[in-house]
Design a protein around this ligand. Structure first.
Ligand SMILES: Nc1ncnc2[nH]cnc12
Ligand SMILES: [Zn+2]
Length: 333
């Protein structure tokens, strides 16, 4: 049995495996600019975040119906469950779909149908996090928040993703204020490719509770000290950081140093279909490459539940943390 864990940084569109992409393309009459899954996989050699985003957004063309979103999400839950995921807080990018003419209702109803079966079918409790694309305008983000009002009971939090550099958190001050007024919680990608100052803005201007990625905080010792003192969780994605060339190799990843600095780190898969592994694979990889032993892996798993938005189900959180504490390692992940 794998180590129980929560996944807190997972873009559902980033779980679109090539095989499913081709199956959906055939069903929806969408022509992909790749001959087969092999040729598509060969395109997954990224230079940076933008070169990944170009492929990621273009492949979304195959997602058209509510059933497509259901199938995508149910497939993720099955894979995640097999790797010990017991709770998942899942990002989705509404603007990447509405801009292609797919109604928000289609997206959310497909996702929600899969998530509603998450506990029964896969033993995974879930939350949805609606992300704004930071390279789109603040007005577009506000329109998206407005359009989501009929579905607020389905959405736990708002997030901020896509091309970071040149799109600082402060651009979205008003929409985050509006989201908070609607009772939504707040997270944001910051310090992936962007500077430590973006992490400060996310905390001070947007009032986020967690920072997604955040690894560039390591360039700013004062910020590290603050993040540690305030117990701000960082949802770190080591395999993503290597594939998007934020770090050169996994062996050079700062995760171990971040944990040693007292940061509340979790590890996550980000876009597992593109980055070579789901979250259990990520635990395994950091064990191998960084020499993180059993107690460090246990800390990461414990942190994932501590940092989760399970406040409305403290009993489940407590039970899952107790399982982590009692876990006897047979394999590292
Ligand atoms: N790693 C990442 N950074 C920013 N936006 C994203 N959207 C999907 N994956 C992302
Ligand atoms: Zn991400």
């Amino acid at each position: 049995m794998p180590l129980p864990k929560a996944e807190l940084h997972l873009h559902i569109e980033g779980t679109l495996e090539p095989e499913l992409a081709f199956a959906l393309a055939a069903g929806n009459g969408v022509e992909l600019p790749y001959k087969d899954t092999e040729e598509l996989r060969a395109a997954y050699l990224f230079e940076d975040l933008q070169s990944f985003l170009d492929v990621y957004y273009s492949l979304m063309a195959v997602l058209r119906t509510e059933d497509d979103f259901f199938e995508l999400t149910d497939a993720y839950l099955a894979r995640a469950a097999a790797q010990g995921v017991r709770h998942a807080e899942i990002f989705f990018d509404p603007q990447a779909h509405t801009s292609r003419g797919v109604p928000l209702a289609t997206v959310i109803e497909g996702l929600a149908r899969a998530l509603d079966g998450g506990e029964e079918r896969h033993g995974i409790s879930t939350r949805l996090i609606m992300c704004f694309l930071r390279d789109e305008s603040a007005e577009s983000a506000m329109e998206t928040l407005d359009a989501a009002k009929p579905y607020l009971h389905r959405i736990a939090a708002v997030g901020l993703d896509s091309a970071e550099v040149g799109n600082p958190p402060s651009k979205f001050r008003e929409v985050y204020e509006a989201a908070a007024a609607l009772g939504l919680r707040k997270v944001a990608h910051a310090g992936e490719e962007g500077p430590p100052a973006y992490i400060r803005e996310a905390l001070d201007i947007l009032g986020v509770e967690r920072i997604d990625h955040g690894l560039r905080c390591m360039e700013d010792p004062e910020l590290v000290e603050r993040l540690a003192r305030e117990r701000v969780a960082l949802t770190v994605c080591p395999l993503s950081n290597v594939r998007l060339r934020v770090v050169d190799t996994l062996e050079q990843h700062p995760l171990a140093r971040m944990m040693d600095a007292g940061l509340l780190c979790t590890v996550n898969s980000d876009d597992p279909a593109y980055f070579g592994g789901y979250v259990g694979d990520t635990f395994h990889a950091v064990h191998e490459a960084l020499g993180l032993g059993e107690e460090k892996l246990r800390e990461l798993a414990r942190n994932s539940f501590v940092a989760s938005f399970l406040e409305d189900d403290e009993e489940r959180r407590g039970r899952l943390i107790a399982e982590v504490e009692a876990y006897e390692f047979t394999a590292p992940e």
